[in-house]
Design a protein around this ligand. Sequence first.
Ligand code: ADP
Ligand code: ZN
Length: 191
Amino acid sequence: MLNIVHKDIGWIEVICGPMFSGKSEELIRRLRRAEIAKLRVAIFKPQIDDRYSTNHIVSHSSQRIASTPVSSTTEILEKAQDAQVIGIDEAQFFDSSLVQVCQQLADSGKRIIIAGLDQDYTGKPFEPIPQLLAVAEYITKTLAICVKCGNPAGRTQRLSKDSARVVVGAGDIYEARCRFCHEVFEVKPEK
Ligand code: ADP
Ligand code: ZN
């Protein structure tokens, strides 16, 4: 699909979609190909995401690639200086400064590949992914399979009643749903 031949200029690629849609698999596939091309690759994920491993990106299909956990986007900027290709998973867990950091890295000639959720559990755009989509050269939207009806699924259903935007979890509290089957529960404040 991506038939990139230009060598010395940087760019941004975003892979987005709901949970279980294959974002991590696609990110791992692109990063492995960069490694095969003998490019210097740096891979990051937010420290908050320690569900399967602290030092690997792990897909729901158990594919994995070594990654460096970082607690801020400044750390990405510092640690990515020698890399030619930079992979970032779970980008929705970083703050809006990620946009500027990715722009700066791409401006300096690097290829940035970002994967993340484009919608939160209520179906609202999940910053900073919308802003990254606006400035990216290449965008891939992945869809999962709705566990209720088998249609393509663009939403992430939260199965717990937590109302916080960020609740780290996997198959235990989230599943993929299409827009028809997706439900948002009214969360009533505790008395
Ligand atoms: P993401 O990074 O988008 O959460 P992953 O790359 O980690 O997705 O995992 C994708 C894999 O998850 C699929 O290849 C498939 O094996 C598995 N999977 C589990 N549930 C679903 C689902 N409802 N729809 C599609 N794939 C699913
Ligand atoms: Zn459905």
